[in-house]
Design a protein around this ligand. Structure first.
Ligand SMILES: Cc1ncc(C[n+]2csc(CCOP(=O)(O)OP(=O)(O)O)c2C)c(N)n1
Ligand SMILES: [Mg+2]
Length: 276
């Protein structure tokens, strides 16, 4: 197993530990998105804690804000967050709220959770950076259920119109939203054709494959079109009993047997059992 995969297994275990402690949270979409999140924070954004005081920097915004546990676990690995905060997920007044809160953590990019809005927010920052001629990028991750929101398509029109090639939208395409598969609730395929017609540079990758994540980011174009990466993933990835099952979307309470089984599969039970 590569070092990257080992790290991501540990991050997956931390996500589930925090959700177990909170007795609530969204495991499915946190586990599907975390490979891409970790790659961005570890290899691409190159952000240090002090950078978050400056506006002229790279940004990451988690528009699918209910997957905050994934961002927090990555933040812990990057030393933006304490272990204690990680274990205080969803507690009243903690800085690790169920959805990211910019007032409590300056490194989360935006307060999100109302689906659809984070993308518009990211688009505004991309426009601001461009108008100031600052050569930085804005990465934003959206969910596949989220893109059923009309506001998403308004912001795509906007970013194409303003030629925001500094905007990189990542779709965590895990095929499932709250209660069911997207295709049963509101089909949006053929998605790639729609995105191309909206003026995006579109790439399609396996979002659990390190090389494909790396290569798609190397292919980001500066051709006056926003970039859209369709990242195919598996909801609940890494924990067999959660994979591809809508009931693990959230907001779920994990039993001791379930967290134990999950941590064993992720090779982190011995390391983390003292916190259970
Ligand atoms: C505007 C809005 N409507 C409804 C919700 C409740 N909600 C939270 S998660 C979710 C489903 C999201 O599905 P998806 O974007 O596919 O997320 P993922 O599979 O990545 O967890 C819904 C409807 C919300 N947060 N915001
Ligand atoms: Mg989904």
């Amino acid at each position: 197993m590569s070092k990257f995969d080992q790290d991501v297994n540990y991050i997956r275990a931390l996500i589930l530990l925090s959700i177990f402690k909170a007795k609530s949270g969204h495991p499915g979409g946190s586990l599907s998105s975390v490979d891409f999140l970790y790659f961005l924070f570890d290899k691409v954004l190159k952000l240090k804690k002090k950078d978050f005081k400056n506006w002229n920097r790279n940004y990451f915004i988690l528009s699918k804000g209910h997957c905050a546990p994934a961002l927090y676990a990555v933040g812990f690995i990057k030393k933006f967050l304490s272990f204690n905060s990680l274990l205080n997920l969803r507690k009243i007044d903690s800085n690790t709220q169920g959805h990211t809160d910019l007032r409590k953590l300056n490194w989360v990019g935006a307060s999100t959770g109302s689906l659809g809005q984070g993308l518009s927010y990211a688009t505004g920052i991309a426009l601001g950076l461009k108008s100031k001629k600052v050569n930085k990028k804005v990465f934003v991750m959206v969910g596949d259920g989220e893109i059923q929101e009309g506001q998403v398509w308004e912001s795509l029109m906007f970013s194409a119109h303003y030629k925001l090639d500094n905007l990189i939208i990542i779709l965590d395409y895990n095929k499932i939203q709250s209660d069911d598969f997207n295709k049963n609730i509101m089909n949006f395929e053929p998605l790639k054709d729609k995105l191309i017609s909206f003026g995006m540079n579109v790439q399609e990758i396996d979002g659990h494959n390190f090389n494909q994540i790396k290569n798609c980011l190397l292919r980001i174009k500066k051709n006056k079109k926003p970039n859209f990466i369709i990242s195919h993933t598996i909801k609940g990835k890494g924990v067999t009993f959660m994979e591809n099952k809508p009931q693990w979307h959230g907001s779920v309470k994990l039993t001791f047997e379930q967290i134990k089984e999950a941590l064993i599969e992720l090779n982190n039970f011995e390391k983390l059992r003292k916190y259970l």
